[in-house]
Structure formats: C-alpha cells, structure tokens
Design a protein around this ligand. Structure first.
Ligand SMILES: Cc1cc2nc3c(=O)[nH]c(=O)nc-3n(C[C@H](O)[C@H](O)[C@H](O)COP(=O)(O)O)c2cc1C
Length: 191
C-alpha cells in the first residue's frame, strides 16, 4: 500500500479549497494500493514556527503528528489556494517545520483560484519551495479555476474536462509514487 496524504492549505472561513481537497481525497481513496488521509491545517492548528522541528526537543504535539504523517508518506498531495500571487502563509508555516520527511518524495500540487488563472502563480511558487525542501514536484498539474462554479452540491466537477485532467494528474502521481518509492526502498545514496 502507498500512503498519500492530502494537505489542505487553506484555513480561511468558508474556504472553497475544502471541496477540492475532498475531491482529491475521494479520488485517492478509490485507488487500489493507496491509503490516504486529509491533513487539514485548520484542524492540525500548528503554531507559528519558532524553530524547525529537528532543532527542537520540545516540538509541539501537532507538529510531531504532522511530521509522523509526512514521514510515512510515499508521496504527498497539496491542495492550495492562490493568495496574493503565491501560496498561503499557513501552508508555508507548516512546510517549513520539516525537511528530511520530504526527501525524494513526489508532490502533486493542486491549485485553487476564484478566477480564470487557476492559481498558476501559486503552483510555480510551491514547486520552488518543494524543490528546496528536497521533494519532487511532479510535472503534471491540476488547476481549479473559478472554484465557486467548478463543483456541484455533491462535490462532483461540473466540467467533464476537469475529470479528464484529474485522471491524467493522478496517473502521473502514481507513476512517480511507484518509481520513487522503489528507488527509496533500494536505499541508494546521492552521488
Ligand atoms: C488573502 C487572499 C488573497 C487572494 N489572492 C488571490 C490571488 O492572488 N489570485 C487568485 O486567483 N485568487 C486570489 N484569492 C482568491 C482565492 O483564490 C479564493 O478565495 C478561492 O476561493 C480559493 O481560496 P479559499 O480556499 O480560501 O476559498 C485570494 C483570496 C484571499 C483570501
């Protein structure tokens, strides 16, 4: 089984990204050989980072829990809204706590926007951050434009093209998950 948690990077009141995270969670839950979990930053409620977890002996329990989940993960999905041309501070705060937990793990990034652009600036920014942390952002992207209209009341996408894009995105994520998991478990070292 591959463990692929979904990080929900919006804690805003009435956040639209929750629908998208639920969609990603439901998709992953239906895949064979995948176990998933929604890591909702609103519920985790991590404190503002005073120091990275590895340099603390008194790591807050919520951060220790977050670290354990990411450590177990074979790959990670992030669902993030675009805020002010980038990613939300609460997401960066969470990501900054950890490092070794991300090493050589694929990241599938799903961005959410209220307008037509789909959160492309957030996607580009997050890819940089993930690379810096030692993760591997997959080349495929899944962007949700005009999120208010993109899902019906039951949480299904209103545009069939989005479902096709989602299939490609998750197929790619699984390819990278399988490929990199195999190499990580072969315990190779960087040259
Ligand atoms: C502080 C803030 C900044 C925002 N900046 C952008 C932006 O730069 N680009 C964009 O497409 N949407 C922007 N939005 C709108 C979000 O895309 C919109 O709220 C959308 O519903 C996804 O975020 P949510 O999960 O918080 O609802 C911004 C929203 C907030 C609250």
């Amino acid at each position: 089984m591959y463990f692929i948690p979904v990080i929900l990077g919006s804690i805003r009141r009435n956040r639209e990204s929750a629908k998208v995270a639920q969609f990603a969670f439901d998709w992953l839950r239906q895949l064979d050989r995948v176990r998933t979990e929604l890591l909702d930053l609103k519920e985790l409620d991590l404190p503002m980072m005073e120091e990275r977890l590895r340099f603390r002996k008194d790591g807050p329990a919520s951060v220790v829990e977050f670290s354990a989940k990411i450590n177990q993960a074979d790959s990670i999905v992030i669902v993030s809204p675009e805020y002010s041309g980038g990613y939300p501070g609460v997401l960066k705060n969470a990501l900054d706590y950890l490092k070794s937990e991300y090493q050589r793990k694929p990241f599938g990034i799903i961005t959410v926007s209220a307008v037509e652009t789909g959160g492309i600036l957030c996607l580009n920014g997050l890819r940089q951050v993930v690379l810096h942390l030692g993760g591997v952002p997959i080349p495929a992207s899944l962007m949700v434009a005009r999120v208010q209209e993109s899902f019906d009341t039951e949480g299904n996408p209103t545009d069939p093209k989005f479902t096709l894009n989602a299939r490609k995105f998750f197929d790619e994520l699984m390819w990278f998950t399988e490929a990199l998991s195999a190499r990580r478990s072969a315990k190779t070292t960087a040259t």
